[in-house]
Structures are given as structure tokens and as C-alpha cells.
Design a protein around this ligand. Structure first.
Ligand code: PMP
Ligand code: GLN
Length: 365
């Protein structure tokens, strides 16, 4: 969809990346690292300074205590963490419970691993977790539960009550939870994101994934990390050894600098994004679409049936020509048919870009 936006000159409200780069001091640190000669292979687990900074980050924000030598591994974005976790923990035929809709790399990786996906829906229009469906899906034979909160694409932030049910089921059925928390700081209206690893009985069975990209507006750096008990981190390492072997060296000291020295950047970004969300929601509402008010991430979802369309993919395919705007259909995030009429809009773009996108949508017939 980003290629389509470039080709057609449309305003890109599709792919989730910001128009403005993250903190200047972090860019400066990356430049220094390159010139200091940090250009040869990093250790497989990642450079110690970044692993230590990740451990401090988890302690500072979430009260999670980690040994940086055994409980942290640096990955090439959270995407590598997802791939390695699935390939390292799942055998062909294993059942994996995941939320539906879900980030598009999960079903793809499950397919590559030969897993049997057991999707649990976050049903429109509330996009809250269907706790009863979750209870029905998880059993003693479940190998893995793949969680994502704050949730892409719906913008749902799972509540403590919902997470408590996930934790209770994981403990009762002895299931490993892999949780994708790349939007951990991007929550709105005074909400807090609580990692599932902090619930009773969960620290020893949770592998937490995150990355620099979203929270520090550096999506192109692809610096991420996986944290948790040593045996789960080792499963990631076992795959990483034969895929990437190590992640790029020079950005790792700069990522450590971001986590330590620009620790407040994500909080300021979240406040800014909340304003952008409100602008987007007001604009989409005026354009005849009634969006769900996102609780976190930088996405909001609308139902194109509001405008008389029944198919989100057809709506998005026609949108560049009709309105000069690009958005993403939820078909890209779903294996089933439930999201057929839903479309995701990204509001992490500069304010004038969001304003122009909205102006074009309102002007379209
Ligand atoms: N998980 C989710 C839920 C995402 O939205 C994204 C978006 N890029 C990723 C993982 C990938 O993160 P990274 O760029 O760090 O690989
Ligand atoms: N996570 C971002 C999104 O959902 C971008 C990642 C991608 O394009 N694969 O838009």
C-alpha cells in the first residue's frame, strides 16, 4: 500500500511509520558508533550495553527484573523476535492460540512452522477480547499463546481483567505466552500498559518482544529485543544462530542510548499521538465513517459499511483514485471473513499530513 501511495501521490495513512524521525541525540550516537569503528559482528545475544539498557528499561517501566546476560537477546526488529519465537518453540501440528485480527507476520510464521492456528476474535465494534472464546480455545494441548497488546490493528489495550484471564489459562494449561508489546508506551487517556509477564505465575512462561521502532520513531532501524526466562530466550537464540546469527552492530549502542538517555521520549510521543488520534477521529467522523476510539498504538479502525461499501479491500483499492488517500484493509490482518468491511487508518503521520488526508476524504464523493 505504501508503494501504491508513492505511485499515485496519495496521502499515506496506511503503513505504520511516522513522518518525523526520533530523537536527534540518538541519531548522533549512531553516527558516532559508526565512526568509532563499531562495524564488525556483534555478539549473538547483542552488545552488552544494549542488553543492559533493555534490562533497565523493563525494571524502570514495568518492575521486571532480568539478567542481561541470560534473559535478553537483541533481535532485528520485533519481527525477528516473532519469527524466532515461533520457529524455536512450535513443532509441526502444534496448536497456537492467537488474536484475530492480528499483525500479519503471525499467521505467516505459524504457517511456516506448520502450526495449527486457533484464532480468538476481538469482535467489532468494541474489539474487546472475547474471554469466553479464549477459554474455549486454550487447553492442555495448546503449545503457545501469541498475544499482542496494545493491539495492531484495532488499537485495543487489554485491561488487567482480560490479562488476568489470559494468565490464569496459561498457568492452568501450562502454556507458553509470546507477547508482542512494541506499542507498550503508546497508550492514551491515562491508560497504562501492563505486561502479561508481571501477572502471577507468568514470569517463567512469558517471552516478551519489543523494539525501538514505534516508541522512539525509528522504524527503519529494526532494533528489537526478546526478554524472559533463559530457556525461552535460548529458543530464540537457537533460531537466530542460523538465520541472522547477530543483528547489526552500530545501531545497538545508539539504541541503548535511546532507552537510557531518551527514556521520556515515548511518553511525549504518546501525548502527541493522542492529539493526532483525536484529529483523525473527528475527521473520519465528518467523512461519514465512525471510527473506534483507539486506546493505544497509532491506528484506528472504521467500518466502510457506513459509506455503503461491503468490502474493505475494494474500498482501499479505489481510495487513491477516489480520494488521493491510502489506508489498509483488515483482510491483511485476518484469516477469516470477520474483518472484510473494516479498514485501518494510521495517525502517526505529521499533523499537516493527517489534516490533508482528512480534507481529501471529506472532499471525495
Ligand atoms: N509487531 C507489531 C504488532 C507491529 O505493529 C509491528 C510493526 N512494525 C511489528 C511487530 C514489527 O516491529 P519491528 O519493526 O520492530 O520489526
Ligand atoms: N507495523 C507497521 C504496520 O502495521 C509496519 C510494518 C509492515 O509494514 N510490515 O503498518
Amino acid at each position: 500500500m505504501s508503494a501504491l501511495a508513492v505511485r499515485t501521490g496519495a496521502v499515506n495513512l496506511g503503513q505504520g511509520f511516522p513522518d518525523t524521525d526520533g530523537p536527534a541525540s540518538v541519531l548522533e550516537r549512531a553516527r558516532a558508533a559508526l565512526l568509532e569503528g563499531r562495524n564488525q559482528y556483534a555478539p549473538g545475544r547483542g552488545v552488552p550495553a544494549l542488553r543492559e539498557a533493555v534490562a533497565r528499561h523493563q525494571a524502570r517501566h514495568h518492575g521486571i527484573d532480568l539478567d542481561p546476560d541470560t534473559q535478553v537477546v537483541v533481535t532485528t526488529g520485533a519481527t525477528e523476535g516473532i519469527a524466532s519465537a515461533v520457529l524455536g518453540l512450535v513443532d509441526p501440528g502444534d496448536e497456537v492460540v492467537l488474536l484475530e485480527p492480528s499483525y500479519d507476520s503471525y499467521p505467516a510464521m505459524l504457517q511456516m512452522a506448520g502450526a495449527v492456528p486457533r484464532p480468538v476474535t476481538l469482535p467489532a465494534p468494541s474489539f474487546r477480547l472475547d474471554v469466553e472464546a479464549l477459554r474455549a480455545a486454550v487447553h492442555d494441548g495448546t503449545r503457545l499463546l501469541l498475544l499482542n497488546t496494545p493491539h495492531n490493528p484495532t488499537g485495543t489495550v487489554l485491561t488487567d481483567e482480560e490479562l488476568a484471564v489470559v494468565a490464569e489459562l496459561a498457568v492452568r494449561h501450562d502454556v507458553v505466552v509470546v507477547t508482542d508489546e512494541v506499542y507498550e508506551h503508546l497508550v492514551f487517556d491515562g491508560r497504562r500498559h501492563r505486561p502479561i509477564a508481571t501477572f502471577p505465575g507468568m514470569a517463567e512462561r512469558t517471552l516478551t518482544l519489543s523494539s525501538l521502532g514505534k516508541s522512539w520513531s525509528l522504524t527503519g532501524w529494526k532494533v528489537g529485543w526478546a526478554t524472559g526466562p533463559a530457556h525461552l530466550v535460548d529458543a530464540v537464540l537457537a533460531v537466530k544462530q542460523w538465520t541472522t546469527f547477530t543483528s547489526g552492530s552500530p545501531l545497538q549502542p545508539a539504541a541503548a542510548h535511546a532507552l537510557d538517555q531518551e527514556a521520556d521520549f515515548p511518553l511525549a510521543l504518546a501525548a502527541e499521538l493522542q492529539g493526532r488520534r483525536d484529529l483523525m477521529i473527528a475527521g473520519l467522523t465528518e467523512a461519514g465513517l465512525a471510527p473506534r476510539v483507539s486506546e493505544g498504538t497509532y491506528f484506528t479502525v472504521t467500518d466502510v459499511e457506513d459509506l455503503g461499501w461491503t468490502d474493505g479491500a475494494a474500498f482501499c483499492a479505489a481510495l487513491p483514485e477516489r480520494a488521493g488517500v491510502v489506508a489498509i484493509p483488515l483482510q491483511g490482518f485476518s484469516t477469516g471473513d470477520a474483518g472484510r468491511h473494516l479498514v485501518r487508518w494510521a495517525f502517526c503521520k505529521d499533523e499537516d499530513v493527517v489534516v490533508e488526508g482528512i480534507r481529501r476524504l471529506r472532499a471525495a464523493d
